[in-house]
Design a protein around this ligand. Structure first.
Ligand code: SF4
Length: 209
């Protein structure tokens, strides 16, 4: 089976399992999504969704969050982990968005990645989920599954996985593919030390069903 054929099968089975994948982080604006994604580093989306209502009740805009102290933000996001670093990043990025971008979350990778606490993955999530631009953020689930499904080399890093998936799937599919792979990983790919013979897509790609 070629890599293209494997991608086609995986894409079809993912679409059947998760036809309309919802965005897991609750938000009402691009700014709220950006804040939620920064908070989600090494934290579950469920936990972030529990924390953000109080934070957004206090500050819904970059200008309002820039006026908060790092300590105050820290106190509100404590349960997400890495709170001091995240609070500093949120205060810093809010100030920059207010000062340099007229209070609007910028809409380019270069400008997003220039904000404190915002790497390529976070920028990709915002571009994809807030602005509907084609992007393919590679999280831990996608990184693992792409290699398990042999869409990337077994030792591929996240940059190589992103490049391979973008080559194998049509651009118009990237945003949904990203969410579907995350849901697949969260729902099915939970077996520790799995040998790749348990779940439907792995079995199909291994010629077992
Ligand atoms: S069989 Fe299931 S648990 Fe194992 S690697 Fe594949 S998706 Fe993950």
């Amino acid at each position: 089976m070629t890599q293209q054929e494997r991608a086609k099968i995986a894409g079809r089975m993912l679409a059947e399992a998760f036809p309309r994948p919802a965005i897991p982080l609750r938000h009402r604006s691009a700014f709220e999504l950006l804040v939620a994604v920064v908070l989600s580093a090494q934290c579950t989306d469920k936990r972030v969704n529990l924390v953000t209502p109080a934070l957004f009740a206090r500050a819904r805009t970059p200008a309002a969050m820039a006026r908060m102290s790092v300590a105050e933000i820290d106190g509100l996001v404590r349960s997400c982990g890495l709170a001091p670093r995240k609070a500093e990043a949120l205060q810093g990025l809010s100030r920059l968005i207010a000062e340099r971008h007229g209070g609007r979350v910028p809409r380019t990778f270069a400008e997003l990645e220039a904000l404190p606490g915002v790497g390529h993955k976070t920028a990709s999530v915002v571009m994809s989920q807030a602005f509907g631009e084609a992007a393919l953020p590679v999280d831990t689930h996608i990184h693992r599954l792409a290699r398990r499904w042999r869409l990337s080399a077994a030792d591929a890093g996240v940059t190589a996985v992103e490049r391979d998936l973008k080559r194998l799937f049509p651009k118009g599919e990237w945003n949904r593919l990203h969410l579907r792979m995350i849901y697949w990983g969260r729902t099915f790919c939970t077996a520790r030390g799995c040998d790749g013979h348990v779940c439907a897509i792995c079995k199909r790609l291994n010629g077992e069903n």
